[in-house]
Design a protein around this ligand. Structure first.
Ligand SMILES: *[C@@H]1O[C@H](CO)[C@@H](O)[C@H](O)[C@H]1NC(C)=O
Ligand SMILES: *[C@@H]1O[C@H](CO)[C@@H](O)[C@H](O)[C@H]1NC(C)=O
Ligand SMILES: *[C@@H]1O[C@H](CO)[C@@H](O)[C@H](O)[C@H]1NC(C)=O
Ligand SMILES: *[C@@H]1O[C@H](CO)[C@@H](O)[C@H](O)[C@H]1NC(C)=O
Length: 262
């Protein structure tokens, strides 16, 4: 009798434990793991489609990952790091500025500012400034307003985008600026660049609204490549959750509780 009960207990415990392990690796965790909103510096309460750097990937839309460095919120878009100056989730816009140019606009990394193939588009009017460097000329008519930076020992010239000039420069970096004015000097140009530009994220928010309204938490399904909904109760992943927010959880009792019942 004794050994039988013992072996029954052992196999029951083993069963319960394996059930728990199965549960832990199941969809149930999606809801629990995606409960944090992003907070950093002056920005708080930012949720889906964004997610914080430390959160699981499935909590946010691909590419909409916010980081926090020394209390400064940043986002990486097409290989450029931007400072996030503000976020407005109702208009789906945010104001961003190139992080490399926040100290000294002349110390920019040699990468273009582009939103191509990103989930963002420009959301306000702007002028694309070309920082031209490695140019094979020393004097140029006064079309070039601000010849005052150096990149890798090369003088840098600035041109608002025209598409007209081919000045024989080695390369150029484009940087968008709002309120460009030919009369700008390096100081107020710097301020304009550091005030950033507005972008809009091209992610439908309707599905997430419905999900949140049903008591779920929004996430991203990397199989269907779509916004999905994580629920506190089964089914843990759905279009919307079937039970209203605040409903009592109907999940199975935990392992310690089951052992106590024995
Ligand atoms: C930036 O983009 C322009 C085209 O818009 C290109 O000519 C230039 O080489 C690019 N610069 C770098 C550093 O990639
Ligand atoms: C930029 O570099 C050139 C060539 O190395 C140098 O002659 C010039 O003084 C530098 N200008 C500035 C503003 O540092
Ligand atoms: C830059 O221009 C602004 C306004 O035009 C002016 O007030 C400021 O003194 C100028 N700064 C420098 C360093 O020239
Ligand atoms: C989802 O996106 C990945 C990567 O872009 C792609 O390989 C996959 O085919 C997509 N799946 C669907 C269902 O569109």
């Amino acid at each position: 009798m004794g050994p039988m009960i013992f072996s029954f207990l052992v196999s029951f415990t083993t069963l319960s434990l394996s059930a728990l392990v199965t549960l832990s690796s199941s969809d149930e965790l999606f809801y629990h793991n995606c409960g944090n909103s992003f907070k950093c510096g002056s920005i708080a309460g930012v949720g889906y489609p964004f997610h914080g750097y430390e959160e699981p990937e499935y909590c946010g839309y691909p590419g909409l990952v916010l980081a926090c460095k020394n209390n400064i919120p940043t986002i990486r878009i097409v290989n450029v790091e931007y400072r996030v100056l503000d976020i407005d989730q109702t208009t789906k816009t945010m104001r961003i500025a190139r992080e490399d140019m926040m100290g000294d606009v002349c110390k920019l990394d040699l990468v273009n500012t582009t939103l191509d193939n990103s989930p963002f588009e420009f959301a306000s009017s702007y002028t694309n400034l070309n920082f031209m460097y490695g140019c094979h000329f020393s004097v140029f008519p006064n079309l070039i307003q601000i010849p005052s930076c150096n990149i890798s020992g090369n003088e840098v010239f600035l041109l608002p985008e025209t598409g007209f000039f081919n000045l024989g420069c080695e390369s150029k970096i484009t940087v968008p600026v709002e309120g460009w004015d030919m009369a700008m000097n390096l100081s107020n140009l710097g301020q304009a660049i550091q005030s950033g530009f507005k972008v809009r994220w091209k992610v439908d928010s309707e599905k997430c609204r419905d999900c949140a309204g049903s008591g779920g938490r929004c996430g991203y399904d990397f199989v269907t490549n779509r916004t999905t909904c994580y629920c506190p109760n089964p089914p843990y992943t759905a279009e919307t959750c079937s039970t209203a927010a605040g409903a009592l959880p109907t999940t199975a009792p935990t392992v310690p509780g089951m052992l106590l019942c024995l």
